[in-house]
Design a protein around this ligand. Structure first.
Ligand code: GSH
Length: 216
């Protein structure tokens, strides 16, 4: 069932296959909030997973993945990087994909954060494998990589002095997802710079409006 979020005065012209649990979806929703586009997007809740397929979604995206955005023209766009770049391109003031000196750092930060989301998703999948088919080494390696991502970000975040960009949004959504699913990892420990930065970004209206919820 489609549900509308944001300013109800404007009729939505786009449709987003959506879940309140996906970090990739949240990245798209935070982007839409930052660009003032939420009233144009109707969200359609889907519950999917690597072994849980959805016919409606697959008709739009053969990969069965969310987020998938159906544009005003009826074209399906995926994945989250493509959708965020598209939303930036149709906004009155495109600004989340800098073209100046911050361009490559912002895209690298997005890639790093997306990779962290993939690792968190992999760990969730490992958790639901049938008993006897789980592989602890996957958790261990994923945890090590996630810690390295956080160290990388912690070492660089203080040098970020410009306006918010797509890398910041992706990183905030990845860290929030770590809290949501793997709070015991305590990513803040030993990373004061990243912690202080996150304590600011997590209170932006776009982040507050898109909090994760563990519901289908
Ligand atoms: N690279 C994709 C990743 C999207 C993704 O993995 N989404 C998960 C939910 S968090 C999904 O839809 N999984 C369903 C499946 O793998 O079939 C993106 O950036 O959008």
């Amino acid at each position: 069932m489609a549900q509308q979020q944001g300013d109800a005065e404007e009729k939505p012209t786009m449709r987003l296959f959506w879940s309140s649990r996906s970090p990739f979806v949240r990245k798209v929703m935070v982007t839409a909030h930052e660009l003032g586009l939420t009233s144009q997007i109707a969200t359609q809740r889907v519950a999917v997973g690597i072994v849980r397929l959805d016919d409606d979604l697959m008709a739009a995206n053969p990969l069965n993945k969310i987020p998938t955005l159906v544009t005003r023209e009826g074209e399906a766009l995926f994945d989250s990087r493509v959708i965020c770049a598209y939303l930036d391109s149709i906004a009155d003031e495109p600004r989340l994909f800098p073209l100046d000196k911050n361009r490559w750092q912002s895209l690298r930060m997005q890639a790093l954060a997306d990779g962290m989301m993939e690792l968190l998703t992999l760990r969730l999948f490992e958790n639901i494998r049938p008993e006897g088919k789980q592989w602890d080494a996957v958790h261990g390696a994923a945890r090590t990589k996630i810690a390295a991502v956080c160290d990388h970000a912690d070492a660089r975040i203080a040098q970020e002095d410009g306006p918010i960009h797509i890398g910041h949004i992706a990183l905030a959504c990845a860290l929030a997802h770590c809290d949501f699913r793997f709070g015991a990892d305590e990513w803040r420990t030993g990373r004061p710079g990243l912690t202080a930065w996150y304590e600011t970004i997590r209170f932006r209206p776009s982040m507050v409006a898109t909090a994760y919820e563990d519901v289908y």
